[in-house]
Design a protein around this ligand. Structure first.
Ligand code: PMP
Length: 449
């Protein structure tokens, strides 16, 4: 007990937690995690919690998966890390081959970095420099969506659209053009889906038609704007957006950091609508949730624009210290093996159906305004008044109250404001999924009275 109290004290003394009001943190007792198994995590006091957010959307096959542990250990005995600047390494080569084989045709050139934010930074710089090499230096801006989220580094924040996180940094950001979010429950254009005929695409086209000559690329989270509130896009939206990018000759960047690796029920979200972006960003689930790794994959056409003589200075001058890290790449390869061996995507389909049915039931709850669902990602939007869609206030902290209730019942979730996020590891058993959703329902009832 003394050791536990010491650790709690040290955490309060020395750790600045992300996205956390530290004044409040220091007034409550932190949950200190010491172990994980399957879809559960255990704290230092021996309590187990169901990991309902997959350790922030990264875990795929559960914690302490033997195959991934073994792959990391085997790699560790060879070498943990050597640089990709001026050298190559085995796991990064093999992983690149595997990733390209899973991509829509034409995405063939793999650039490694460290996490989701850096995968996005790379994509933005790559797109910008591509146009420089094409002789179009005036393409200095990007199109992004309201409610979009692409990470916390300044380039990623520039193309973000969540004011509560991003507006403080406005003076530091580069210029973008923001299009409406396809948030049908609270349509920015005051329309109703499907009668609207997706007018939000029309609003996007207006921006593109006026400004395309100064736009390098459009960036989008395909199918689901996750951190913006699990905002799911209506069918056909993504395809329509791709068509507009083609029509106005701007690059399309698909940020699959949250949606990639099975989350939407297919390996990648873009597959659902047969869309091929020009650049794709991957991270989070790529290593099964074990180690940080970012990947940006571009087309041959983009890659070729950077080729030239040494003195032409067409090189992509970008690279991080841990680029192509062997341990992370070995974990990613083991994770992809599990996808194949366990037929993860097939096994997921009945769980997706079960989740969908349960969510339908939750729609009936008094304070549930909207339920959004895409594959194995779901968001439950809580409202004060269902008829008027009046929101709970920020200070009501309704999401946190639900999370607190769930924690008492042995389930760890992390809300996005008034939206309860459902994102367990893909490997969760049907039995645990049932228990998880039961706890969510009970916690909503309890927190909202
Ligand atoms: N893009 C998307 C779509 C994300 O959801 C996130 C993280 N939630 C990021 C980028 C940033 O990833 P990271 O936190 O690994 O930098």
């Amino acid at each position: 007990m003394q050791e536990i109290n010491r650790l709690i004290e040290l955490d309060r003394l020395y750790i600045w937690h992300p996205f956390t009001q530290m004044k409040e943190w220091s007034e409550t007792e932190p949950v200190i995690i010491v172990e994980g198994r399957d879809c559960f995590i255990k704290d230092i006091k021996g309590r187990w919690y169901l990991d309902g957010v997959s350790s922030l959307w990264v875990n795929i096959h559960g914690h302490a998966r033997k195959e991934i542990n073994d792959a990391i250990k085997a790699q560790l005995d060879l070498i943990a890390h050597s640089t990709l600047l001026g050298m190559a390494n085995v796991p990064s080569i093999l992983l690149a081959e595997r990733l390209v084989s899973l991509m829509p045709e034409g995405l063939t050139k793999v650039f490694y970095s460290d996490d989701g934010s850096t995968a996005v930074e790379v994509a933005l710089k790559m797109a910008f420099q591509y146009w420089v090499h094409k002789g179009e230096k005036q393409r200095v801006t990007f199109v992004c969506l309201n409610n979009g989220y692409h990470g916390d580094t300044l380039g990623a924040v520039s193309v973000g659209g969540i004011d509560i996180f991003h507006s403080t940094f406005k003076p530091l950001l580069f210029k973008t053009r923001r299009a409406p979010s396809p948030y049908c429950y609270r349509c920015e254009l005051g329309k109703d889906y499907p009668g609207c005929g997706m007018e939000c695409l029309g609003a996007l086209e207006e921006i593109l038609s006026k400004h395309h000559h100064e736009i390098a690329a459009l960036i989008i989270e395909p199918l689901v704007q996750a951190a913006g509130g699990i905002i799911t896009q209506p069918p056909g939206y993504l395809k329509g957006l791709r068509e507009l990018c083609t029509k106005y000759n701007i690059l399309m960047i698909a940020d699959e950091v949250a949606t990639g690796f099975g989350r939407t029920g297919r390996m990648f979200a873009v597959e659902h609508e047969g869309v091929r972006p020009d650049i794709i960003c991957l991270s989070k689930g790529i290593t099964g949730g074990y180690l940080p790794l970012g990947v940006t994959i571009a087309t041959e056409e983009i890659f070729n624009a950077f080729l030239g003589r040494f003195e032409d200075l067409k090189t992509f001058f970008h690279g991080h210290s841990y680029t192509g890290n062997q341990l992370a790449c070995a974990a990613a390869l083991a994770s992809l093996d599990i996808f194949e061996k366990d037929r993860v995507l097939e096994g997921l389909q009945p769980k997706i159906k079960f989740l969908k049915d349960r969510l339908e039931r939750m729609k009936e709850l008094y304070h549930v305004g909207d339920v959004r669902h895409c594959g194995f990602i779901a968001g439950i939007e809580l409202v004060r008044d269902k008829k008027t869609k009046e929101s709970f206030g920020y200070i009501d902290r309704i999401g946190w109250r639900v999370a607190h209730e769930a924690r008492q019942r042995g389930v760890f979730i992390r809300p996005l404001g008034n939206i309860i996020v459902i994102m367990p590891p893909l490997s969760i058993s049907m039995e645990n999924l049932e228990r998880f959703l039961y706890v969510i329902e009970e916690s909503i009832k309890s927190a909202t009275g």
